[in-house]
Design a protein around this ligand. Structure first.
Ligand SMILES: Cc1cc2nc3c(=O)[nH]c(=O)nc-3n(C[C@H](O)[C@H](O)[C@H](O)COP(=O)(O)OP(=O)(O)OC[C@H]3O[C@@H](n4cnc5c(N)ncnc54)[C@H](O)[C@@H]3O)c2cc1C
Length: 462
């Protein structure tokens, strides 16, 4: 019987073992463990956890079904709000959303909502439980740009309402950051992402890969020449930022996105693929977010000594606590309060080191975090052969610059209404990272849902 104050522990690969492989770190609950953990939910009438979930899953409802062992019923309840529960159960920041609001968390640990969601979703994938789709099509054609969580959710919701939906994806694989960004050891691609996308296909959504909107065709052409009555833009924020310091163009300097794409999408970690990647023997990842942790843990698994170089202290690290904890356990070294000044390059144009300075924290800045200030005379050099810049990303301006009347803000994010996804161009809706800048899977899914609702209202009234 579960201890009411503590989560039923979840099984994980041992740190020394997993630091050398790309298999999933967390092994999840089995049915017995899930049913045991579900008994900790007190089924609050005014459930705060639901308010903390951007797609408002009926959390107490599905957990009560798990408690009784009705896993298929639990999956149906989750499916009413989310098309990607096996993904969300793995990568959502539950500690600041549903679990952050759980009443159990006041005196002890919150209910392990994420791990229960993951258990139910994996059960549905293993047992091929089908999602419930529309009985017939309504004859309206909608285009969705991008197959990340925003696009997949919008497409799935519209298909459930009977729309004829086509998703256009620039890459050869579907899934957006779920396939090219988040590493295999946190989110398995074949066992989870592909299978969950199959469920969206089962709703009747069509997919066209290798179509770059803005180059292969444009939004205006989709509407004027191809008969699409509405378009949802879920093209993400994949354009990396750099520091602008000397030496940044050297061989061996990557953006985190490129490094992770080579490893995840192009399988550089798998010896049977010939994708080149500079594995490096000594790697520095500059930045302290989740993406930096993913890049660091990937480089570690490729055999390198890895340093996270971050200009603030541990308290300000933007990455999830769980990710920092896993990275430390696996042997990633944290060089905190450290800022790069210059990349040193050898005579062949390859990275040979990085000049850094030590920092201390001053007064809070506009973000509310204490501003890092350089310590005079603290310059030092680290020998390195690979540097991965993980400083954030912004939306690629290709779509906005090729679409008449689509307004963007100064960060090139598409201007769209939060409730409906409506943009400044008639019939065009948008959501996810393309609108907010880099955020989270579940926020992108929430925006995809809002976009589907907005498009449904628009086409119903047209
Ligand atoms: C390495 C990494 C780790 C992350 N870890 C987490 C995590 O643990 N938890 C979490 O919640 N969030 C995480 N995030 C953030 C999260 O993945 C994103 O917020 C989310 O994927 C955004 O979804 P989206 O659908 O808006 O965009 P994306 O997932 O970026 O998908 C956009 C899609 O649009 C396609 N596209 C772009 N331009 C065009 C075009 N012109 N024509 C056609 N297609 C186009 C892209 O190829 C892509 O497939 C992580 C991000 C990264 C990079």
């Amino acid at each position: 019987m579960a201890d009411v104050l503590k989560k039923v522990p979840v099984r994980e690969q041992e740190p020394q073992v997993r630091a050398k492989n790309f298999d999933e770190v967390c092994l999840g609950y089995n049915k017995e463990e899930a049913m045991d953990e579900a008994t900790r939910c007190i089924n609050c009438k005014n459930a705060q956890c639901v308010k903390g979930c951007p797609v408002a899953i009926n959390i107490p409802g599905f957990i009560q079904q798990v408690k009784e062992g009705n896993i298929e019923e639990a999956y149906k309840i989750i499916g009413e709000s989310s098309a990607l529960p096996a993904i969300c159960g793995r990568v959502c920041p539950q500690e600041s959303q549903c679990e952050g609001k759980c009443i159990r968390g006041i005196k002890g640990e919150p209910v392990s909502i994420g791990k229960l969601e993951r258990f139910v979703a994996d059960y549905a994938l293993e047992n091929d439980i089908k999602p419930v789709g529309a009985e017939e099509k309504n004859g309206h054609k909608v285009a969705v740009i991008g197959s990340g969580p925003a696009g997949l959710t919008c497409a799935g919701d519209l298909a459930k309402l009977g729309y004829d939906v086509t998703v256009f994806e620039a890459l050869h694989e579907l899934g957006g950051v779920l396939v090219y960004g988040i590493p295999e050891f946190r989110l398995p691609k074949h066992a989870v992402v592909k299978k969950e996308i199959e469920k969206v296909k089962e709703l009747g959504v069509k997919f066209e890969t290798n179509v770059v909107i803005g180059k292969s065709t444009t939004i205006d052409q989709l509407i004027e020449e191809e008969g699409f009555e509405a378009v949802f833009v879920g093209s993400g924020a994949g354009l990396p930022k750099f520091m602008g310091i000397p030496g940044e163009n050297a061989n061996g300097v990557f953006s985190a996105n490129e490094y992770l794409t080579r490893s995840n999408l192009m399988k550089a970690f798998d010896e049977s693929y010939d994708t080149p990647i500079v594995a490096g023997t000594k790697v520095a990842v500059v930045g302290g977010g989740n993406v930096a942790m993913d890049a660091a843990r990937t480089a570690l698994r490729l055999g390198a000594e890895v340093h996270i170089v971050y200009r603030r202290s541990e308290e300000e690290l933007p990455a999830r606590v769980e990710e920092v904890h896993h990275a430390k356990e696996e042997g990633v070294i944290f060089d905190l309060l450290t800022n790069p000044k210059e990349i040193l390059v050898d005579e062949n144009g390859y990275v040979k080191g990085m000049v850094c300075v030590k920092m201390e924290l001053g007064e809070p800045d506009a973000s509310g975090r204490r501003r890092p200030v350089e310590v005079e005379g603290s310059e030092f050099t680290i020998d390195l052969d690979t540097i991965i810049m993980s400083l954030g990303t912004s939306p690629n301006p290709l779509i906005s610059s090729t679409t008449e009347g689509l307004e963007v803000n100064k960060w090139k994010c598409i201007v769209a209404d939060e409730e409906t996804g409506k943009t400044t161009k008639e019939g065009v809706y948008a959501g996810g990272d393309a609108v907010t800048g880099a955020a989270t899977v579940i926020l992108a899914m929430g925006a995809g849902k809002a976009g589907a609702k907005g498009i449904h209202e628009y086409l119903s009234n047209k």
